[in-house]
Design a protein around this ligand. Structure first.
Ligand code: IMP
Ligand code: MG
Length: 173
């Protein structure tokens, strides 16, 4: 893929700092709770890896995949489980971790799914939030960066098969 001039939106250092702060806040909020970090693949794998190392608590970490954008840039409007939570999460304080909340359709689906599985509590942590794009009402309890309506990649976020491993977030267009 052609390498365009990159318009970096969020640098590695900014991410490092914010992830550290968010992890510290989660540590405070979840002390004495039964934390289960539920990371949504594939987009949040890098964020999750950094975030859990900034959380100074005992935690279970599990992954789940839902159907998402695929190679298209716009939401399909439907969400399905592709890879299910591997554990019984009943009674756990589940923190759902994702790369970005866009229309909110994915997150709304996962929140309801986790509630149905009997979680004691459900909260949401996202690296990025595009509130201007919302189609359903979903709010993050922890959000590292709020951004405008631009398509971004890097630090786990992709376009097609590209850019997930780039260590910063940049504006793709
Ligand atoms: P939602 O269901 O519309 O909120 O979409 C959530 C998912 O869409 C995210 O987990 C991403 O995988 C994908 N997505 C939304 N916006 C972007 C973007 O700007 N870059 C890359 N992926 C995105
Ligand atoms: Mg995703």
């Amino acid at each position: 893929m052609e390498d365009k001039e990159r318009n970096i939106l969020i640098t590695e250092e900014e991410i490092r700092q914010k992830v550290k702060e968010t992890g510290a806040q989660i540590t405070e909020d979840y002390r004495g709770k039964k934390l289960y970090v539920l990371s949504l693949l594939r987009g949040s794998f890098i964020f999750t890896a950094d975030l859990v190392r900034a959380i100074d608590l005992d935690t279970t970490i599990g992954f789940m995949t839902t159907s998402s954008y695929g190679h298209s840039e716009t939401s399909q409007g439907v969400c399905q489980v592709v890879y299910d939570v591997p554990d019984n999460i009943e009674g756990y304080d589940v923190l759902i971790v994702d790369d970005i909340i866009d229309t909110g359709i994915t997150m709304e689906f996962v929140i309801n799914y986790v509630k149905e599985k009997g979680a004691a509590s459900v909260k949401v942590c996202t690296l990025l939030d595009k509130p201007s794009r919302r189609k359903v009402q979903v709010e993050a309890d922890y959000c590292c960066f709020e951004i405008e309506d631009v398509f971004v990649v890097g630090y786990g976020l992709n376009y097609g098969d590209h850019y997930r491993n780039v260590p910063y977030v940049f504006n793709w267009k």
